[in-house]
Design a protein around this ligand. Structure first.
Ligand SMILES: Nc1ncnc2c1ncn2[C@@H]1O[C@H](COP(=O)(O)OP(=O)(O)OP(=O)(O)O)[C@@H](O)[C@H]1O
Ligand SMILES: [Mg+2]
Length: 364
């Protein structure tokens, strides 16, 4: 009889080990835990019932207990095995999270099954990749900003030293000093504006405004520059345009930037035209020029911070490459869209939309 008990215990043990190994192959934590519970209950029960049936008539109680104990220990071992595997996978995720929190942005978690943990690891990896991209963009922004700040600062420093050493008179350098200080101040203002846009702290006070008033203020402000560049600057606005809901000062800054760009990239004898027309519930304002037009790269990247075309990068009067990024932030904060395209007849067309004001119905 002792042989029977031994055989039953050993086969229960073997069955338990095989089933526990099979459990590890189940794809989800839920299935693994359900399988484990079934194994823990079913295996000892089966062994006890089998042993009991055979030994019922032999009064071999101690052996029945031994078989039950052996099968219960197997179930326990199986539980520990499955539990340790899940714990090991969770530890992997935990260690990846710890490394990420201590600054290792390139760390990624292993995406092995079970499915729930693999899904969690994939989500974690997407988050880590986004963070890495964000930090890269920040680093690049700081590098470009400090480069662009350094140029006017170095120039101001050189002029001040030359004046101090008596190599140049104050009158000689005063206009250039003023110009460099203005460049510096504009760059600092732009960076501040971008930081506010990024932080979502740009709170615009919207009011109903007339686009023709905003356009004519900008156009007349740039007439002298257009004349100096020998570029025709005109506005063609639809009659009876409805009012728009916007922050007028910010719309003017966007228009000013688009017009400055258009004048900058249009050769003499060219033209720049501002148009405004109604489109369903929006008003579309556009600035068209007969200039150099947009390269493929410009069309993709010109709304990025500090991005400038090659021509703009090398020319002396080129800006910092922040104007369009700020314009996009301003227009989107007012519920509009901004985009750019090449014109069939040559040159570029920049356009933005603003929502039409919803005036309360007049009381009769
Ligand atoms: N009307 C245009 N025609 C051709 N290229 C343009 C035009 N407007 C913008 N671009 C391209 O887009 C780039 C980015 O323009 P953006 O206004 O952001 O910067 P910027 O004018 O160079 O500098 P900033 O506006 O900060 O003084 C320009 O450097 C230029 O290459
Ligand atoms: Mg610009």
């Amino acid at each position: 009889m002792i042989e029977f008990a031994l055989i039953t215990s050993l086969s229960t043990l073997a069955a338990g080990v095989v089933l526990a190994l099979a459990l590890r192959r189940l794809p989800t934590v839920r299935l693994q835990l359900v399988g484990l519970a079934l194994l823990a209950v079913g295996l000892p029960l089966a062994a006890v019932i089998l042993g009991g049936l055979v030994m019922f008539h032999m009064h071999e109680d101690v052996k029945v207990l031994a078989v039950a104990a052996a099968s219960a220990s197997t179930a326990l071992a199986a539980a520990l095995l499955t539990g340790s595997r899940i714990a090991h996978r969770i530890r992997g995720l935990e260690s990846a999270a710890e490394q990420l929190s201590s600054g290792a942005l390139e760390v990624r978690a292993p995406t092995n099954p079970p499915r729930e943990l693999a899904h969690l690891a994939e989500t974690f990896n997407t988050m880590a990749a986004n963070l890495e991209e964000l930090f890269d963009a920040r680093r690049q922004l700081v590098a470009w900003a400090s480069h662009d700040l350094r140029t006017p600062v170095a120039s101001i420093q050189a002029m001040l030293e030359a004046m101090q050493d008596g190599l140049a008179s104050t009158e000689e350098y005063l206009p250039a000093l003023r110009q460099q200080t203005r460049t510096l101040a504009m760059l600092v203002d732009d960076l501040f504006e971008l930081a506010r846009i990024d932080a979502g702290a740009l709170k615009l006070e919207l009011q109903d405004a007339q686009v023709p008033v905003l356009v004519s203020a900008c156009v007349s402000g740039l007439e002298a520059e257009a004349r100096a560049r020998q570029v025709r600057l005109e506005s063609h606005l639809e009659d009876a345009l409805p009012e728009v809901r916007c922050a007028p000062e910010h719309v003017q800054r966007v228009l000013f930037n688009l017009l400055t760009n258009a004048l900058r990239y249009t050769p003499s004898d060219g033209s720049v035209v501002v148009r405004a027309q109604r489109r369903a519930s929006e008003l579309e304002v556009s600035v068209e020029d007969s200039g150099v037009g947009l390269t493929g790269e410009a069309q993709q990247r010109m709304f990025e911070r500090f991005w400038r075309g090659d021509a703009a990068r090398t020319r002396a009067g080129g800006g910092a490459g922040l104007g369009l990024a700020i314009a996009q932030g301003f227009i989107e904060a007012q519920g509009g869209r901004i985009w750019a395209e090449n014109r069939a007849e040559g040159g570029a067309r920049f356009a933005f939309t603003l929502p039409i004001a919803r005036r309360p119905a007049a009381v009769v």
